[in-house]
Design a protein around this ligand. Structure first.
Ligand code: ADP
Ligand code: MG
Length: 265
């Protein structure tokens, strides 16, 4: 498959290590009793309003400085509409038009440690985490836990400038280390505090980029390696047979080390 050149871009969701949620005074804590950390705003009660948490803004600014970003001195929030049972507002408050920071770069040691590489950061934006839907606790019933609803996230988006699984992993390793060192994110991957969406496409050298597939919510560096390797194989196989790669959102199957389609995009 060596005639295909891989292009990889990453979107990292890092939970902000703040005492309270990004728009309410409910505590940000893992493993509390279900629905015990839910303010009226988090449950979308009529008449409630978001109040921006200064601690979350401070964390985003510190992180953006570490990523050598530029700042929007006037930064705004936007609503992105979804219908999910674990998002009672019916939308996520995020930053689409003027994120807090943009156009940064981050240097990381290559996997062999012999050279360093620099990757362009397209943007860093603040947004809300969603609640959790629990499908496996009781048969045929879905339970909703809103403790995570409204926890602050920093979304860090890289340019599509990585070309191998090892480089993607080396970058994520260093970014994770940096966030943990700054203390703006605790980085516990097993608790979902640091999650990666990976976009992969293939093209022939000298030609335009191919169609990308996005694999959501990868919670570990070993998994990231597996996902990128698997996607490169899967897409190369399709393209070599003259078949198209669908622009779609996929999920990682941990048990089999493969990815499967969730929805088209
Ligand atoms: P969206 O928000 O719809 O996912 P973005 O423009 O924000 O779209 O891009 C998301 C990610 O996809 C970025 O990390 C970017 O680097 C990456 N990306 C964009 N085009 C490609 C491509 N052709 N191949 C691989 N990654 C890509
Ligand atoms: Mg995306």
């Amino acid at each position: 498959h060596s005639e295909w050149k891989p292009v990889i871009g990453l979107e990292v969701h890092a939970q902000i290590n703040s005492k309270t949620k990004i728009f309410s005074s409910a505590l940000n804590k893992f493993m509390a009793p279900p629905n015990s950390l839910v303010s009226q705003f988090d449950a979308s009660m009529p008449g409630t309003l978001p109040v921006l948490n200064k601690e979350c803004v401070r964390a985003a600014v510190m992180t953006a400085f570490a990523l050598n970003c530029n700042f929007n001195l006037r930064s705004t929030f936007d609503r992105k509409h979804y219908f999910y049972a674990d998002m009672p507002h019916g939308y996520q408050i995020t930053q689409h038009w003027t994120p807090i920071a943009f156009d940064g770069h981050f240097t990381f040691p290559s996997s062999n440690g012999m050279e360093s590489k620099s990757l362009k950061i397209e943007r860093l934006q603040l947004e809300q985490d969603s609640g959790k839907s629990l499908h496996d606790e009781i048969d045929n019933v879905s339970l909703i836990d809103l403790n995570r609803a409204g926890v602050g996230l920093m979304e860090i988006v890289t340019a599509p400038e990585l070309h191998s699984a090892t480089d993607a992993c080396a970058f994520i390793h260093e970014l994770h280390l940096m966030l943990c060192t700054l203390g703006t994110c605790e980085g516990k991957m097993s608790e979902g505090q640091f999650r990666v969406d990976v976009n992969v496409s293939l093209h022939k050298p000298g030609e335009v980029f191919g169609t990308r597939a996005e694999v959501k919510n990868i919670a570990g560096i070993k998994h990231l390696q597996q996902v990128v390797d698997y996607e490169i194989e899967r897409q190369a196989d399709l393209l070599t047979r003259g078949l198209p790669v669908d622009q779609e959102t996929r999920a990682f199957d941990v048990a089999n080390g493969t990815t499967y389609s969730m929805r088209d995009k």
